[in-house]
Design a protein around this ligand. Structure first.
Ligand code: HBI
Ligand code: FE
Length: 273
């Protein structure tokens, strides 16, 4: 392992069982995502050498990704320390786990694996606005560590990059990597009546706790990816200060100022049944 925690992907070292796990995960999500995933996600996926046959080769991916938005994937053994993670993002490198889940973990695992990191994250990095937002998050993460406000900033990443929804003309769509890489949550987040779907509001997000052990009870909806680019351009320091004394909000709670996005007309349309 290098100082920045990166390792070789060693693509030739994957076993047939590992490629078979990828194939099964890919086939399952591919069928679910038309009509559910954001256009930008589907478009990014279609332009990258991410296929159903087996685990992608980072060298081939990086050739396309780097040419498009100057991002690249670097292989890591698993979770890396916050500071290392942010430093990679600030330099337009996405640390992606080399390992794939075991066959008995098809539906759930705690740590991000290569399917989550590559299938879930790489397609959005093909969109210039999103690519710039991710880099800004890395820089902001390094600042937040110094200011002691990482717990609050991490919620912005969670509710956008990992579990974000976007309002498109055709309806509500998924762009969060934690959702697009999960069979059950990609249905739950759009179709289940129970979770709150709220218009994205920065101060509200900074205060909202999240669940790591179950489906989200709350999703935040952006108007489009320009909204993320706006976040990349503002100074968070006065905003941290303005919410410093305000209490956290539980993920299942609603407050009077929340703008609830209904799933009514134009929300989610099935394109096939
Ligand atoms: N490391 N490999 C990896 N992937 C992540 O998503 C990740 C990480 N380290 C820290 C981290 N995420 C989060 O704690 C930050 O977003 C706050
Ligand atoms: Fe992730």
């Amino acid at each position: 392992m290098r100082d920045d925690h990166s390792i070789e992907q060693d693509w030739a070292g994957y076993s047939e069982t590992e490629h078979a796990t990828w194939r099964a995960l890919f086939a399952r999500q591919k069928g679910l995502l038309p009509g559910r995933a954001a256009d930008a996600f589907l478009n990014g996926l279609s332009r990258l050498p991410i296929f159903g046959e087996g685990i992608p080769d980072f060298d081939a991916l990086n050739e396309v990704l780097f040419k498009t938005t100057q991002w690249r994937l670097v292989a890591v053994p698993g979770l890396v320390p916050d500071e290392v993670f942010f430093d990679h993002l600030a330099n337009r490198r996405f640390p992606a786990a080399r390992f794939i889940r075991r066959p008995e973990q098809m539906d759930y695992l705690e740590e991000p694996d290569i399917f989550h990191d590559v299938f879930g994250h790489a397609p959005m990095l093909m969109l210039p606005a999103f690519a710039d937002y991710m880099q800004a998050y890395g820089k902001g993460g390094l600042r937040a560590l110094r200011l002691g406000v990482l717990e609050r900033l991490a919620r912005v990443y969670w509710y956008t990059v990992e579990f974000g929804l976007v309002q498109e003309k055709a309806g509500l769509r998924i762009y969060g990597s934690g959702i697009v890489s999960s069979r059950s949550e990609s249905m739950f987040c759009l179709e289940d009546p129970s979770p709150h779907r709220l218009a994205f509001e920065l101060r509200r997000v900074l205060r909202t706790r999240y669940r790591i052990d179950d489906f989200q009870e709350c999703y935040f909806v952006i108007r489009g990816f320009d909204q993320l680019l706006e976040l990349a351009e503002i100074d968070f320091t006065p905003i941290y200060r303005s919410v410093e004394t305000l209490p956290d909000i539980a993920p299942g709670d609603l407050s009077a100022d929340d703008r609830v996005i209904t799933r009514g007309t134009g929300a989610y349309h099935k394109t096939k049944s």
